[in-house]
Ligand binder design. Structure first.
Ligand code: ADP
Ligand code: ADP
Length: 224
């Protein structure tokens, strides 16, 4: 049985059909690159899989449990408990030091402050950021900030990590390093990874890729 699966997923925005019937299965520990031209429906697919958007038709199942019909409060809980997110520009809280940005998702799940701080400190160290715990996002380089975002996505040991153009704001060397750490870290916690990207070199880090065009999956290729 798949960890995450979608069946006949449809999402419309007014006249625009962003997803026109997508089927997808993600096995335990699998990493998937979602590629395709701009406007083809990649972000919409990620948002529907991740419980950010509600599809108009079709189903999304996490570990066999239907999650497409949950209300906003239930989806918010699902995102916090089961998913981690990495977006293009980190979306870290600018007033909080790195360690508190990373600890926050664990605190929201009821982890004690002390344990959350310990966990966050350990994650930062394993992502090469020992000594940077007290820095605010504005005091970090783009690559460092994105590694903080990776730590934040993993601190709750999610079932699936969703990344939307995680290297889009980085140069090639930093992008490479972020993808290496992101794929290593997701593997270490046994999470699946879904990465939306334009970049072949980013996709190459994933075990499998799909190409989305006009809201449909048109090509699927296993890379490793
Ligand atoms: P991609 O991520 O591949 O660039 P998107 O999923 O963002 O594509 O968009 C797919 C289609 O849906 C596009 O035509 C886009 O303009 C449209 N779309 C996406 N989000 C919205 C929205 N919130 N409101 C209206 N149209 C949207
Ligand atoms: P895009 O490539 O579509 O421009 P962004 O990196 O700007 O993507 O952000 C992704 C979108 O997802 C944003 O619109 C943001 O508001 C939304 N988003 C990010 N995190 C969450 C979350 N945890 N819950 C709900 N929506 C989120």
């Amino acid at each position: 049985p798949a960890r995450l699966s979608a069946r006949a997923l449809v999402k419309r925005f007014g006249e625009t059909t962003a997803l026109a019937g997508v089927d997808l299965d993600l096995a335990d520990g699998e990493s998937l690159a979602v590629m395709g031209p701009s406007g083809s429906g990649k972000s919409t697919l990620l948002h529907c899989l991740a419980g950010i958007l509600v599809p108009d038709a079709g189903s999304v199942m996490l570990r066999g449990r239907p999650v497409h019909g949950l209300d906003e409060r239930e989806r918010s809980l699902l995102r916090r408990t089961s998913y981690g997110f990495v977006f293009q520009n980190g979306q870290l809280l600018p007033e909080l030091p790195a360690v508190e940005n990373v600890a926050l998702p664990a605190l929201l799940l009821g982890t004690s402050r002390r344990e959350a701080t310990e966990l966050a400190t350990r994650w930062l160290a394993s992502l090469g950021l020992a000594g940077m715990e007290g820095r605010r996002p504005g005091e970090l380089s783009g690559g460092q900030a994105q590694r903080v975002a990776v730590a934040r996505a993993l601190v709750t040991q999610p079932d699936v990590v969703f990344a939307d153009e995680p290297t889009g704001a980085l140069d090639q060397a930093n992008g490479h390093e972020v993808m290496r750490l992101l794929t290593e870290a997701t593997r270490a916690v046994g999470a699946c990874l879904v990465v939306v990207t334009h970049d072949e070199q980013v996709a190459a880090w994933c075990g499998r890729r799909i190409v989305v065009r006009d809201g449909r999956v048109v090509d699927e290729r296993r890379t490793a």
